[in-house]
Write a protein that binds this ligand. Structure first.
Ligand code: AMP
Ligand code: GLY
Length: 420
């Protein structure tokens, strides 16, 4: 038996709990840590009190605790260069360097990369100044028009505008009022695409990639896709796509993305996540993320039957071509349980009941909880992600909802129509 590998996961949400849960099943895994992690994931990863942006502390910890792989969950440390920092100190990392992370952190760079590499996407124009952007809005003929702030804006930098006035005020908010700070220094005006959305993730070592089951998340707060946008209220996988669409996703979207990385000599190790619009003209990329999706990860990793740590090490060592991930049949459904007041003003502090009543077979991933004397409390907007597999989607949903039904806290909100 070869030596065990100690792993450090960066992040503290439901995605990171799912990563810890899956990595903990690996026969290769030694000690698993999470920074900062959370008490809710203690069964599978020991929390270490360091923030995701404390690069020096993280690097010192990796050296001092014999970390064989650091897995970076969220986009911010990636965009700020944590992977570069760790690699410079000889730590193996799953998560791309800053240069590649800019393909998520700048919508303009991403769109130009897509255009150069013939990745199907919405037509667009980018602007550095508000006046030309407003002129383009005024002369726009096809409505709605999508206005996007260039930089990271916690998912709020995209507005679908039905008419000129709202598009003009989006340009003003982003570029002149700078409601998202420097993220609005540039804007992208984009053609509106019609269709259903889907999310696809692939593991990638910069040369090869392997696709994970296609997922769908539900971004609106309430049933029937009503209410405000959220970080995601639930997800299901696999989304059944016809063979032709699936092949286009593999070849035209993911394949061309990875070919583009190679052509432009951008090293890559991590997840390529494509947000897709399935239009009548075929799948088009809305965006690329350089990390695991949240809550998609909580619904895709339970379907993976092979060893995630082995796959990640293969990525970090540039030998993904030999890896063959395997998946359970059937489907997985994840229901997010959110706090009262989410997403605007989540209320913290409510005690969570019933975690010990969750039926076997369902997994509860902690996204925003804290623990006191062994009791969990609400500590964030998205509180828990309850995931279950089934022989088909209907069974997975029944099990996930049965598990969610065992849990309660004051003011909890969750959708009853995930997967519908
Ligand atoms: P993004 O951050 O670019 O993925 O955009 C966030 C959300 O805005 C997407 O999940 C879509 O629901 C919507 N969206 C973005 N771009 C477009 C587009 N070109 N056409 C229609 N909807 C879009
Ligand atoms: N669920 C979408 C994302 O992680 O960006």
């Amino acid at each position: 038996m070869s030596e065990k590998i100690n792993v450090l996961i960066i992040g503290s949400g439901g995605r990171e709990h799912a990563l810890a849960w899956k990595l903990n099943q690996s026969p290769l895994a030694g000690r698993i840590y999470a920074a900062p992690g959370s008490e809710g994931m203690r069964d599978c990863a020991r929390p270490v009190p360091m923030g995701a942006l404390e690069f020096d502390k993280i690097t010192d910890f990796c050296a001092g605790s014999d970390i064989g792989l650091c897995v970076i969950g969220p986009e911010e440390p990636l965009a700020k260069g944590l992977a570069d920092h760790l690699a410079a100190r000889g730590v193996k990392v799953f998560g791309p360097r800053r240069q590649a992370a800019m393909l998520e952190a700048s919508k303009q760079l991403a769109k130009e990369f897509m255009r150069r590499n013939y990745i199907p996407t919405a037509a667009f124009q980018s602007f550095y100044d508000p006046q030309p952007a407003k002129e383009a809005v005024r002369s726009n003929k096809k409505w709605p028009l999508v206005v996007k702030a260039d930089g990271l804006a916690a998912g709020k930098g995209v507005r679908v505008c039905a008419e000129e006035a709202s598009a003009l005020s989006a340009v003003e908010d982003f570029m002149e009022k700078r409601i998202f700070g420097s993220s609005g220094a540039r804007v992208v005006l984009e053609e509106f695409l019609e269709g259903r959305e889907a999310s696809v993730m692939a593991l990638c070592d910069g040369r090869d990639f392997v696709m994970l089951p296609v997922a769908r998340d539900h971004k609106r707060l309430r049933d029937g896709d009503e209410g405000p946008n959220t970080g995601g209220m639930g997800a299901v996988a696999p989304v059944e796509l016809d063979a032709e669409t699936l092949e286009k996703v593999r070849v035209d979207v993911l394949g061309r993305f990875v070919e583009g990385l190679k052509k432009e000599r951008i090293p890559y190790c991590g997840v390529v996540f494509a947000g897709l619009m399935l239009t009548k003209d075929g799948p088009k990329a809305l965006e690329f993320n350089v990390r695991f999706g949240d809550p998609e990860t909580q619904t895709v990793l339970p379907l993976l039957s092979s060893d995630l740590l082995a796959h990640m090490l293969a990525c970090a060592e540039g030998r993904l071509a030999g890896e063959r991930p395997e998946f359970h049949g059937g489907a997985c459904a994840t229901v997010v349980m959110a706090a009262a007041g989410y997403p605007e003003n989540p209320e913290k502090g409510a005690g969570i009941r019933g975690l010990d009543k969750v039926p076997a077979g369902a997994e509860v991933f902690h996204a925003g909880t804290s623990a006191q004397d062994g009791r969990f409390k609400v500590a964030g907007g998205r509180v828990l992600g309850v995931a279950a597999r089934g022989g088909d989607l209907a069974e997975a949903l029944r099990r996930a909802y049965a598990a969610a039904g065992a849990i309660s806290f004051e003011g909890m909100q969750y959708r009853r129509d995930i997967g519908a």
